[in-house]
Design a protein around this ligand. Structure first.
Ligand code: ZN
Length: 80
């Protein structure tokens, strides 16, 4: 079934010249999914987006996103 986009948020990429685009989507059954892409030609070669699931309580999990530098493995949290 198809998902509809609930909202899109654009965040500055690490170099500041482009953006990182975050999308939250849901379908008719209230299932949600999220996606995040680096929309910057410089940063997408240097960084990759990694997702970490944080689960405090059952059904209250959420995701944290980081830009990970492919060379240094240093992670910077993306504030969404
Ligand atoms: Zn950039």
């Amino acid at each position: 079934m198809s998902y509809e986009i609930d909202y899109v948020k654009k965040i500055k990429c690490p170099c500041g010249k482009g953006t990182i685009e975050y999308k939250k989507m849901s379908n008719d059954w209230n299932q949600t999914k999220e996606s995040i892409f680096i929309l910057c030609n410089d940063c997408k070669d240097i960084y990759e987006v990694v997702t970490e699931s944080v689960c405090n309580k059952p059904k209250h999990g959420f995701n944290k996103y980081y830009c990970k530098n492919k060379l240094s493995n240093q992670k910077t949290e993306i504030e969404i």
